[in-house]
Design a protein around this ligand. Structure first.
Ligand code: HEC
Ligand code: HEC
Length: 412
């Protein structure tokens, strides 16, 4: 898997070499940073490509994070200098406290310089409560992918670093943090860092029982299971991150116009998240207006909510150039083009398993339904979940039940 990931990244490096990602005027310098392994040292992102160091710590100027943390603009409170991106040595500190990326005493609060955000349609994480933050190097801008614009057509091609329409392409030096809590207690912190045009880093930390410190999980594709109350929490192995966080998906998966088009309760008052990012002047150009993905547990039509659930939880792998590209569950793909009516490649012919991916009107005969209820190695999503998503599984079942036969004629 590691070799494969490296190969994919090298391929992307080549494929992307001539392509402009307008967020990174500094691409040439990016990957080749001078200097040593400054991760937790200076408060600046230790890499050649970014201009003028990171926001936050001692000297930045990102009003939202600071304000939400109650620390005022730019946060000179010094809660955490650091959260620098590993430069050459890709092994980050073994303890989360040493990274400076998380407020250890209050991990649900953003550190100065970090902007809290939420997504309309979340990845199901076995009922964990999640807190998300991002930090953009000061002066850098987010480029929002517009697949209707010729300038962005390369980014919208599935085999390069891209994303879906409205995807926010993060500038080099960006850090994204996601904290997971079960039963009110923090159990995991995941970090995504964009080190260069082509290099993204993924780390996961396991919190101790006392919730005072978290330690780095190893770089493997096995992960770690841990009993938390009544459920088994599955920490993904570090090399499993890139099975979902792929080049075609744009590496960072959440931030996008359809995901963030909702209000967020900032410390200084609730506001639409896109308006907030505009107000902070964080886009290279104003993003086009896009309707938000329906909240899977919300009040939109059942079909729209199902397609939103599939986009976020399944299309990460089931898309062109995903882990398993024989199906395409992306938002905006017509149902007839999703390839869901075909024989199941993996399940057909196996004892008692459904023959077709979807049989309209009949979830029990549909591999798709079988897979979202499975708890063994056939479980979907394939990685990082041990608990059936009550909302998502019901959406899939109801969608198949209501599907007219004509929408999905059996394919040979
Ligand atoms: C099953 C697929 C999957 C796996 C495996 C996975 N992620 Fe993610 N991750 C997602 C999706 C989808 C989102 C966006 C939706 C959300 O935040 O709920 C996301 C969001 C994140 C975010 C917030 C920033 C962003 O990209 O949206 C971080 C940080 C993150 N993941 C880190 C990791 C790390 C580190 C690993 C490996 C230890 C990992 N993830 C494994 C699917 C996955
Ligand atoms: C981390 C990547 C990943 C995610 C996320 C994921 N899948 Fe899969 N899926 C796979 C892989 C790989 C296979 C083929 C191996 C297997 O059968 O387990 C597969 C197989 C399947 C199959 C059988 C297809 C066939 O032709 O036999 C179905 C149905 C399916 N997935 C549905 C889903 C649904 C629904 C979701 C979202 C709830 C989902 N998957 C999320 C990776 C993923």
């Amino acid at each position: 898997m590691r070799a494969l990931t490296t190969a994919i990244l090298s391929f992307v490096a080549l494929a992307n070499a001539g392509c402009s990602d307008s967020t990174d005027g500094n691409s040439a310098a990016a990957g080749t940073s001078a200097g040593g392994s400054a991760f937790a040292g200076t408060g600046a992102v230790a890499q050649g490509g970014t201009s003028g160091g990171a926001v936050g710590g001692g000297g930045g100027a990102a009003p939202v994070g600071g304000a939400s943390a109650g620390a005022g603009v730019g946060g000179s409170g010094g809660a955490a200098a650091g959260c620098a991106i590993p430069a050459q040595n890709e092994e980050p500190p073994s303890m989360l406290s040493q990274t400076g990326c998380v407020d250890m005493a209050n991990p649900s609060k953003p550190l100065p310089g970090f902007i809290p955000y939420s997504v309309r349609s979340p990845l199901w994480s076995d009922s964990a409560e999640k807190h998300r933050f991002l930090r953009i190097p000061s002066g850098s801008k987010i480029h929002v992918l517009d697949c209707t614009s010729p300038a962005d057509s390369a980014g919208c091609a599935a085999d390069t670093i891209g994303g879906d329409d409205g995807h926010w392409q993060m500038p080099v030096g960006t850090v994204l943090v996601k904290n997971f809590s079960l039963g009110g207690k923090i159990i995991e912190t995941r970090l995504v860092m964009r080190r260069s045009m082509t290099r993204w880093l993924f780390y996961s930390y396991e919190w101790n029982d006392a919730a005072t410190e978290a330690s780095l999980l190893p770089d493997d594709d096995v992960g770690k299971a841990r009993q938390v109350g009544a459920q088994t929490w599955q920490y993904p192995g570090r090399s499993q991150c890139t099975q979902c966080h792929t080049p075609g998906g744009g590496f960072s998966l959440g931030p996008s116009t359809p995901q963030l088009n909702s209000d967020f309760p900032y410390a200084e008052g609730a506001m639409n998240q896109i308006e907030k990012f505009k107000q902070l002047d964080l886009f290279d150009a104003p993003p086009k207006a896009m309707t938000g993905y329906p909240d899977p547990a919300g009040a939109d039509s059942a079909e729209a909510r199902t397609l939103s659930y599939l986009q976020v939880n399944c299309a990460i792998c089931h898309r062109p150039s995903g882990e398993y590209s024989g199906m395409d569950m992306r938002w905006g793909t017509a149902i007839a083009n999703m390839n869901l009516c075909a024989l199941s490649e993996r399940d057909a012919g196996k004892n008692g398993l459904p023959k077709y991916r979807v049989v309209p009107g009949n979830p029990l005969q549909s591999s798709m339904s079988f897979r979202v209820h499975a708890l063994d190695e056939l479980r979907m999503p394939k990685i990082g979940s041990n608990v059936v998503d009550p909302v998502g599984a019901k959406l899939v079942d109801d969608w198949i039940t209501a599907m007219p036969a004509a929408a999905c004629p059996p394919q040979p």
